[in-house]
Design a protein. Structure first.
Length: 309
């Protein structure tokens, strides 16, 4: 059994125990009439609650296709927990309602199966589910944010190391093997490679690879932000992001961080985690580019790949 399954079982066990504890304290459904037998009914309700939780987990995982995963972000976890409650609350209410009818109606006439019986059970369980949901939402949010901050810290360390190693490698490649520089033909390092970006019209932008900051999609155009003479300059080209991505495919430092942005990792000053979202702070212009969840793995892989080169 892996860690995720153990955590799911622990979460459902604690939630169900909280529900049964609340029922034991407030004694709805005529539980006070059963004296010592009430403990047996509470154990039975605990078993029904666990069964309902795991049945709901199966529905979410295999029918709605929402497995439990922290990798998809906090919004996914919150959305999944909300759907869990929407399914589990009516289901466990129905199971308890049936149990009241078949096992607890002998002394309490109000436990007979009826619409009012079900609505009463639903209101009680919905209130308990709301209280339990608030607790787990707070706990999971804190846990996820802590994980995200740690991941961001590690990525920043790897990013700085990758940038330093890239600069050192380019400086070493600029020195000829003979140790004597050719005054006529100076070697060109990868960071000094000239790059020409062209659109569907005659316009084009020529720049050094290391001077490219980012490319942004703006309607039918793309905005190319780059350095020229130490200043940040933007040029507009009539092109699509797909065209730009294909042109920049040979350069692993240039990655898609969002559907509207291509970024040069060599010009990223810092990776920032803010309110559950990841952003890239760009050097020279202090722009912050968003990183979508679907592209985060690509950014992470590019940093690790460049570091290993």
């Amino acid at each position: 059994m892996n860690k995720g399954h153990k955590e799911t079982i622990s979460t459902r066990f604690i939630s169900t125990a909280f529900m049964v504890l609340a029922l034991a304290i407030f004694k709805p459904f005529g539980l006070e009439m059963w004296q010592w037998q009430a403990s047996i009914h509470l154990l039975a309700l605990f078993a029904l609650g666990l069964f309902s939780c795991f049945l709901t987990e199966v529905i979410l995982r295999y029918m709605i296709r929402m497995p439990r995963s922290y990798d998809r972000g906090i919004s996914y976890i919150i959305s999944r927990n909300l759907r869990f409650q929407c399914i589990n609350t009516p289901l466990v209410s129905l199971l308890i309602c049936l149990y009241r009818h078949f096992a607890m109606s002998e002394l309490v006439e109000g436990n007979r199966l009826s619409l009012s019986n079900y609505l009463e059970t639903l209101v009680i369980i919905a209130f308990l589910s709301f209280a339990i949901g608030l607790y787990w939402r707070f706990k999971f949010r804190n846990k996820y944010l802590a994980m995200e901050l740690e991941e961001t810290r590690q990525l920043n360390e790897e990013l700085k190391k990758m940038q330093e190693e890239r600069v050192v490698a380019d400086l070493e490649s600029a020195v000829p093997d003979s140790g004597i520089a050719d005054p006529i033909q100076q070697p060109t390092t990868p960071l000094q490679q000239e790059l020409t970006l062209a659109g569907t019209t005659n316009e084009s932008v020529t720049l050094q690879l290391s001077h490219l900051l980012f490319i942004e999609a703006v309607g039918n155009y793309v905005k190319v932000s780059h350095l020229r003479d130490g200043q940040v300059r933007t040029d507009m080209l009539r092109a699509t992001m797909k065209q730009m991505e294909e042109t920049l495919l040979p350069y692993p430092m240039i990655v898609r961080c969002h559907r509207a942005f291509l970024v040069n990792l060599g010009q990223v000053e810092q990776i920032i985690s803010h309110s559950g979202s990841i952003q890239l702070l760009i050097k020279h212009c202090q722009e912050s580019l968003p990183v979508s969840r679907s592209n985060m793995a690509q950014v992470r892989a590019a940093i690790k790949q460049e570091e290993s080169i």
